[in-house]
Design a protein around this ligand. Sequence first.
Ligand code: UDP
Length: 308
Amino acid sequence: MKNQRIVITGGAGFIGSHLTSKLVEMGNEVVVVDILLRGNKIPKDVQSKIEFHQIDVCDFNAMAKICKGADLVFHFAAILGVDIVADNPIETMETEVNGMQSVAHAAAVNGIRHIVYASTSGVYGHLALEQSVSEEILVDPRTSYAMAKRYNEIYLASLFEEKGIHSVALRFFNIYGLRQDNRMVIPRFIEQAMAGESLTVYGTGEQTRDFTYVDDAIQSTIKLAENINGFEIYNIANEKEATILDLAKEIIQVTGSNSDIKLINAPSKRYDYEVGRRYGSSEKLEKKIGYKPRTDLQSGLKTILPTV
Ligand code: UDP
């Protein structure tokens, strides 16, 4: 992917900013749309190399102007983080649904044929309790966030039928890496470990996640974006389960911290969101692009430490 004009919504967010940096480095003209929630920032080294618009993705008129002349849109803007979504379920859904429609119509009126959409592994709900989940199984969204993401996947499928806009939806599995904020468990544990505080593991800590390193996720995302055909869904997963207790131990080890681990009850608003087990299959991804995430947790964690 080179010499393309690319719009990235949420391009100052965690995954979005990595995508922004990579696409600039590859020689593209990148346009970032972001409302800079929670201190989102464009990495300094790319600030002067991009076009930036601090606007809400739901603002169709602005989006239609910004998308003029673009070849491709990455729609990564979202309200996320279990605690924030639990407190703002309506706003979460509005941003998802209205934002997607605004982006899709802005693409349509400008003749843009390709969209890459950040969905979530959350659409699987509790299905991963028994198995590693793959794209063809039925989904089970249990939260407003996951429900709205699933709605948008279906919407994008219909957009291909109705308007011939091709797209790909990416179901990200607990992506981590540099610049993630402490809404998510890994930066939170690292912060606690560096401060010598107890790591607050919720429940028994036996719940699992499939932690996927951001550089792997970006490489997968760009390769998929180069090969969009019709509407397709892909898991972006590392295919390795880690318990939260093991994650806490690993973080104490890599930080060399003296912190201990405290098992505590999760905040009550998290109850509806907690999933006992979540891990995915990247088989379909590998078949399509010949690549899948492979960075192990310890190596990935080591790359984030110096900046914390
Ligand atoms: N978690 C935890 N302690 C914390 C924050 C999170 O034990 O201080 C657990 C949480 O219960 C969940 C996992 O870490 O099982 C991942 O949480 P996160 O909010 O990062 O993402 P989720 O997968 O729940 O969307």
